[in-house]
Design a protein around this ligand. Structure first.
Ligand SMILES: *[C@@H]1O[C@H](CO)[C@@H](O)[C@H](O)[C@H]1NC(C)=O
Ligand SMILES: *[C@@H]1O[C@H](CO)[C@@H](O)[C@H](O)[C@H]1NC(C)=O
Ligand SMILES: [Zn+2]
Length: 335
């Protein structure tokens, strides 16, 4: 009898441990939710990082943003060397200084206040972040230095009308394991990666299937579709994309390619949005410009904003001067 209960307990623990951590965020009084999306940024202000940060502050104020999403590759070239690495302050705290980027939000499940700019990254560790001490970026110590920082490998932000699922995409990419070149990746907690990825896909699938949110957004570091330098990520196209398609995802957002980009999927309502232009841009590095569904591509620096209400979504891309480069509006009829 005792053994029997022991087994049930263990299996329950496993189920609980497998679920993605969830953060709850109430929508504003008017039911809207606004946020900025930035990627591939930490270069101590260089390569227009500071200019982009300044414009994020202005647009952030105009839209009264609720938080900021980072699509990863947070610190160049090699992530953080540890939680005390001064690069954290040099490339984050001292750069994103505007008032609108300092706001706080309450999380239903956490007993403490979180700032935004959450760099809800984690949020997405990019491949460059995995080259340093990947666990340093996940450390609670960073939140003592800058309370805005919230970084987990994969997690969910449940904001009433919208659900945003952050997926740790670096472990999907086989070449980082098979052919790391002269880079050293910090795979603690990832091995065996096949097991890690399989479990993560199951969690994402379940979260999407159970979601009642009107807008479903998935954020990863790597592109599913892109015409930039790295282009498509075949592992994500094969394993993650079918889950997004089957579960009514509206937007997939990523960084990794250092550009701004919008591609409409030709087989589903999914919009692919790349925001990887937070600092160094790959000017002129583009392939297959005649790609089907391509709505917009910009090879300079910038970021994008998202404003959601139950019927409407408005996506806007900006350059380093805050100039609007491209807008995409969508409306959904909800029964
Ligand atoms: C900064 O942005 C401007 C405007 O897009 C561009 O002309 C300039 O080359 C950029 N500087 C760097 C270092 O990327
Ligand atoms: C998108 O909607 C906003 C208001 O909701 C409007 O101001 C803007 O012009 C629209 N943009 C496009 C491209 O339709
Ligand atoms: Zn990257």
């Amino acid at each position: 009898m005792a053994d029997h209960w022991f087994i049930i307990l263990i299996s329950m623990l496993c189920v609980a441990a497998a679920e993605l951590e969830r953060f709850e965020l109430p929508a504003k009084g008017d039911g809207s939710l606004s946020f900025l999306v930035i990627g591939d940024w930490g270069r101590r202000g260089a390569f227009n990082q500071s200019q982009v940060a300044f414009q994020m502050g202005k647009i952030g104020e105009k839209l009264d943003i609720d938080f900021v999403v980072s699509t990863g590759d947070n610190f160049y070239d090699n992530g953080l060397s540890g939680p005390q690495d001064p690069v954290f302050e040099q490339s984050f705290t001292n750069i994103y200084t505007a008032n609108s980027l300092q706001k706080r939000w309450f999380s239903g499940k956490l007993p403490f206040l979180l700032h935004i700019l959450n760099w809800l990254t984690g949020h997405l560790l990019g491949n460059h972040d995995y080259r340093g001490d990947a666990e340093a970026q996940l450390s609670h110590l960073l939140r003592k230095i800058d309370s805005r920082w919230l970084c987990l490998r994969s997690f969910i932000v449940d904001a009433e009308h919208a659900e945003i699922i952050f997926v740790d995409t670096t472990p999907f990419v086989k070449s980082y394991f098979l052919d790391p070149e002269d880079h050293t990746y910090d795979w603690r907690g990832i091995h065996p990666s096949k097991h890690y990825v399989t479990n993560l896909l199951k969690d994402v699938e379940r979260a999407l299937r159970e979601s009642r949110a009107k807008w479903k957004i998935v954020v990863g570091h790597h592109a599913i579709r892109s015409i930039g330098h790295h282009g498509d990520t075949p592992e994500l196209a094969t394993h993650l994309f079918p889950i997004l398609k089957a579960n009514g995802v509206d937007f997939y957002m990523n960084g990794h390619d250092h550009c701004l980009e919008h591609i409409s999927d030709t087989e589903s309502p999914i919009q692919f949005l790349t925001s990887g232009a937070g600092s160094k841009a790959w000017r002129g590095d583009v392939k297959r410009v005649n790609r089907k569904g391509l709505k917009f591509f910009y090879d300079g620096q910038g970021f994008l904003s998202v404003k959601l209400t139950p019927p409407d979504a408005e996506i806007v891309f900006y350059d380093v001067y805050g100039k609007i480069l491209h807008t995409w509006n969508a409306t959904k009829q909800f029964i």
